[in-house]
Each structure stands twice: as structure tokens, then as C-alpha cells.
Design a protein around this ligand. Structure first.
Ligand code: TEU
Length: 565
């Protein structure tokens, strides 16, 4: 590991702008709110901010449906506000990574408006238009060109009455998929990316970028039984030309400026075998990928809204496999949370009795792996899932649609609600809890999604000066990565892989050794240590008096220790 890129020792912080901080009292977070809170990020010590979409958008999917790639949505501010944010971040030594959503646009994007205008519009081929299935009338059930389901319920095709053809939308019907087979589409995207780089941004997080190459034959998927819906995944994920497209993008956008930027491809369903190819620096595709294996382990037979308890051994096997697979070539990203996942302290921890302990133990375990860690806003405070009373309290298109479809199909509404409470995306989207005042310091108006009532005690203001706080634990973990190259680039070795509660591993770089021993459970545990480790080596703990002696560590519930020699 001789060549180290700047992002190998960096920590990224994700801002979901709607929910971060509102500067104008309309109840929606905005760019001015972010700029006003940069002290928080600087205090935490993160290097990069990844900003979820702030582009002009009808907000059908909270900005992941873009109607103008070169404008800021008025609810978030103006291009001047954006430039001011970038300037302030740079002045403080931080970088800014934009979200790049180019698998699809909004149906209100001028490209799509033109594309749908007639069958022979010049931009018709910029999207995936197909006639009804042979032998079917347009609009008839089953007439969709393929049997693929959308991620947000229902078919992945929508009929445009005016031209009698269907367009493909893997997500909401307001998110038509772009046709990357068309070189004009690709050139338009690259041109837009260069425009943002010229404006000073430092890279891109690429939304579902392993979906941009579809099998142009658009075959039906194998049917899973639910209402005749087929699994299109094998036909649009990691498709035939995805590596070619990413290499072309790299050449056209970043060519000649290697090493300056950070690129991370969000890739649902990506395997470690594919990830090695995507992140091999010699292939010039992306620097790292977001993979989904570890956040799918608690999905039950009915999918993400049918959760089952996590088996820690599976988690260790999964993350350990990725550490090994990308150990020589390629690079990992490390995350528990983002705007699509429930809060980790509620999901894999104990957000009640062992709230502080489990939030800090999970943080410790994640951050000291090899890779680039991502902190999602509020995670550094130990924010929890929200106590949604009903689906009326939720705003997310995925949750609302799933509820409607499942209840219509006859599933017990209580069961549906239980799944949404545990796994729904709005858990991550409640406003950041800055202080204990009525709207948590997020807004002076009415928040677009209710503030979690636990903000009275769980908030940033209450944590800054408390050395034991979740916030200060994250701060120390980030500092440890900056200080010790063994954290960033050391080799990884999993210990006690079969233990159902201990998460323990060793990192090595030359003579340096770092040991993580964590009890991810509510019962006390003893962990055997290899010779040479002693109490004097403890550099970080989430407990007041670590007990390390005679080849053992005695761990309380959710206790995590870090040793260095
Ligand atoms: O998400 C992609 C994705 O496949 C899922 O994580 C998705 O959020 C959903 O939960 C599947 O069940 C990305 C964005 O992160 C997400 O917010 C967008 O809604 C989606 O793409 C479409 O742009």
C-alpha cells in the first residue's frame, strides 16, 4: 500500500439538507442553515461533506428527482448561497462532494418534457420508451413492456397516454431512467459534471450508478410470485457497459486531474468481486463504492420491511470478507447510516438501556476498519429511530407507497406499520437535534417532518462539553484515524469470528499494531487477548475504567476498547 490518496485518511460527513438546519423558518433545511452550522463539523473533525441533492427538483423523492442540474432548488437557497458554502468549507480546510443523480431525472426535466412530446422527438431516445407488450392494448394490465417492479412499489413502467408508449422508471414514476446507450446523454452528463468541478466542488457521490447500463433487450425478470412482478435486477444492475461508462466518465470529467477528487459509486447489490473491478485504481472508474451486503443481513424473507434480528456472526463474516477482498487492490467505504437506512443505534444497538454505550461501541467497530468512514448527520449524536404513530407521520414516497400496496394486498396494517417503523427511511430524516428547545434548534417554523421527542435530552448542545458523549467519542475516533496511519491503511485481521457477541480485530502496519475489542451485546463478556497486550496500551474506550490484565479484557455491556502498540 505505497500510494496513499488523500481520501484514504479522510472521514466524510453526509448532510441531508432538508433535515440539517433551517435558516429561514420555512421548516425545510437549507444551504444557509448548513453554513451557519459549520463549527459543528469542524469541531467533529471531518474532512469532507457529502451533500445530498440540492438541485432544482419537484421533491417527489426529496431531491433525487432533478429537473435542472445547474440550479439550486429555491427551498434550499441560491447558487450564491452554494458558492458561499463551498468557500466557507474550503476556508476551514474541508471539501465538498456533490450527489450525482444521473440514472434518472425528474419527469419535469426539460430533457424528459421534450422526450415525451412525440414519438419522433429528437430526445425521444434519451429515455427508455417502449410500446405495449405484444398482444396487449396500452393500459391493459400486463401490457407493460417488461414485468419489472419499481423500487417504490408497482410496475417500473408508466404509460404516456399521448404517445401510447411506456417509459421505464426503476424508482418513482416521476423519476424516468435515462438511456445511457445514447452518447448524447453521456456527453450532457459529463458536461454538467465539469460545470460543477469548475465551480469548485471536490467530487461526486454517484446515485445508483451501477444501474446506468441496462441490457438493451430488456428481458422479463424471473417472477417472485407477488402479483406477477418479475425481478429485473439482473438485467439493470452492473449491466454490460457499466465499466465502459465509468471509465469514459473518468476520462471525460477527471482526466489529467487524477488524485484531486473523491468519487464514490452507490451500488445496490454490488458484489465484492465487482467492487474490486470498480475500485481498482488502475482501471480509473471510481475510488470506492457503497455496498449493501451488511445492511441487508437483517432483511427477512419478505424483504426490507420484514426485518429479523441481526446475527453478529454474519455481520462479521460480511464486513470481514470485504476487508479481505479489497485489501490489496481497491478500497472500502464504511457506513452504518445514510438517509435510506434506519438509525444504527436502534437497529443494531440498544437505544434504550445501553443507548450511549451501544452507539459508541458500534461507532468504534466501524471506524477502525480499513476504508473511508462516512458519518450520517445525527449519527455522531447517537440519534435514534422515530416513534411514528402511524403512516400519516411519514413522508417518504417508498414508505407511503409500500403501506398503500401492502394494505391493499390484505396484509395486517399493524404488521405493515411495524416493518415501516423499524426500517422506514424517515427514521433517518427527522431533523437534526441541535438543542432541547421545542423544534430542537432545527427551525423556528413548523418542521417538514416531526422532530424526535427525545431531543429534550438527546441533542448536540448537551454533548459538546461532556467528555463521555457520543459526539466526543466520534471526535476521538476521527482524530485517531488522522493521527495513526495504521487506522487508515493497516492490514486487517478478524479475531473470534464465531463469537456471537464479540467484535474484535487487529490492524497492522509495519511494527504498529492496533487492536479493537468490543462487546456488541447486553451481557458482560471476557475476551482473551494475544500475548503482549496490556492495560497500558488502551488508547480509547467508551467506559471509564477499562479492565485489561493477564491476557484478558473484562467487558461490560456494549463496552469497546482500542489498544495500540
Ligand atoms: O437509493 C438507492 C437504493 O436502491 C435504495 O437504498 C433505496 O433507497 C430504497 O430504499 C430501496 O429499497 C438511492 C438514494 O440514496 C435514494 O434516496 C433514492 O431514493 C434512490 O437512489 C433513487 O434516486
Amino acid at each position: 500500500h505505497d500510494q496513499t490518496a488523500w481520501w484514504q485518511s479522510a472521514v466524510v460527513y453526509q448532510v441531508y439538507p432538508r433535515s440539517f438546519a433551517d435558516s429561514d423558518g420555512d421548516g425545510v433545511g437549507d444551504l444557509g442553515g448548513i453554513t451557519a452550522r459549520l463549527d459543528h463539523l469542524q469541531r467533529l473533525g471531518v474532512d469532507v461533506v457529502w451533500l445530498s441533492p440540492v438541485y432544482a427538483s419537484p421533491q417527489a423523492d426529496n431531491g433525487y428527482d432533478i429537473s435542472d442540474y445547474r440550479a439550486i432548488d429555491p427551498s434550499f437557497g441560491t447558487l450564491d448561497d452554494f458558492d458561499a458554502l463551498v468557500a466557507d468549507l474550503h476556508a476551514r480546510g474541508m471539501k465538498l462532494v456533490m450527489d450525482l443523480v444521473v440514472n434518472h431525472t425528474s419527469d419535469e426535466h426539460p430533457w424528459f418534457v421534450e422526450s415525451r412530446s412525440s414519438r419522433d422527438a429528437p430526445k425521444r431516445d434519451w429515455y427508455w420508451w417502449r410500446p405495449p407488450r405484444e398482444g396487449f392494448e396500452a393500459g391493459q394490465p400486463g401490457a407493460e413492456p417488461t414485468n419489472w417492479g419499481s423500487f417504490f412499489s408497482g410496475p417500473a413502467w408508466h404509460l404516456d397516454e399521448a404517445t401510447g408508449e411506456y417509459y421505464l422508471h426503476l424508482f418513482d414514476r416521476k423519476q424516468p431512467d435515462l438511456n445511457w446507450e445514447n452518447p448524447e446523454v453521456r456527453e450532457a452528463v459529463y458536461d454538467m459534471m465539469r460545470w460543477w468541478l469548475d465551480r469548485g466542488v471536490d467530487g461526486f457521490r454517484m446515485d445508483v450508478v451501477n444501474f446506468i447500463s441496462k441490457d438493451p433487450a430488456l428481458p422479463d425478470g424471473a417472477t417472485t410470485g407477488v402479483g406477477g412482478v418479475g425481478d429485473g435486477f439482473p438485467h439493470f444492475a452492473t449491466g454490460p457497459r457499466v465499466h465502459e461508462y465509468l471509465q469514459e466518465m473518468h476520462r471525460e470529467v477527471f482526466g489529467g486531474r487524477e488524485g484531486e477528487f473523491l468519487t464514490v459509486g452507490e451500488m445496490p447489490g454490488v458484489t465484492w468481486q465487482d467492487a474490486v473491478l470498480f475500485t481498482d485504481p488502475a482501471r480509473r472508474e471510481v475510488d470506492m463504492v457503497f455496498q449493501f451486503e451488511h445492511v441487508s443481513l437483517d432483511h427477512g424473507p419478505g424483504g426490507k420491511f420484514d426485518p429479523r434480528p441481526l446475527d453478529l456472526r454474519l455481520l462479521k463474516a460480511s464486513l470481514g470478507r470485504w476487508q479481505t477482498a479489497l485489501g490489496e487492490v481497491g478500497w472500502n467505504s464504511l457506513y452504518w447510516n445514510n438517509h435510506d437506512q434506519p438509525r444504527v443505534v436502534s437497529r443494531f444497538g440498544d437505544d434504550d438501556r445501553w443507548w450511549r454505550e451501544s452507539a459508541t461501541a458500534l461507532a468504534t467497530v466501524l471506524h477502525l476498519h480499513r476504508g473511508t468512514p462516512y458519518v450520517y448527520q445525527g449519527e455522531e449524536l447517537g440519534m435514534t429511530n422515530a416513534p411514528f404513530a402511524s403512516v400519516e407521520d411519514m413522508r417518504d414516497v417508498e414508505s407511503v407507497n409500500h403501506h398503500r400496496e401492502a394494505v391493499a394486498a390484505g396484509v395486517d396494517p399493524e404488521v405493515v406499520l411495524r416493518g415501516l417503523r423499524a426500517m422506514g427511511r424517515d427514521n433517518a430524516r427527522t431533523p437534526v437535534q441541535w438543542d432541547g428547545t421545542p423544534n430542537a434548534g432545527f427551525t423556528t417554523g413548523e418542521p417538514w417532518l416531526a422532530v424526535n421527542p427525545n431531543h429534550t435530552w438527546l441533542n448536540a448542545a448537551a454533548q459538546y462539553d461532556d467528555p463521555r458523549s457520543v459526539f466526543n467519542h466520534y471526535r476521538r475516533l476521527i482524530a485517531l484515524r488522522h493521527e495513526h496511519p495504521v487506522v487508515a491503511v493497516g492490514d486487517f485481521r478478524m479475531l473470534h469470528p464465531d463469537d456471537p457477541a464479540l467484535y474484535s480485530y487487529e490492524r497492522t502496519l509495519g511494527e504498529r499494531r492496533l487492536l479493537v475489542v468490543a462487546n456488541l451485546g447486553g451481557e458482560p463478556r471476557t475476551a482473551g487477548l494475544e500475548p503482549g497486550w496490556g492495560a497500558g496500551h488502551v488508547v480509547l474506550a467508551n467506559s471509564d475504567e477499562p479492565r485489561v490484565a493477564d491476557g484478558h479484557a473484562e467487558l461490560g455491556p456494549w463496552e469497546a476498547l482500542v489498544l495500540l502498540r
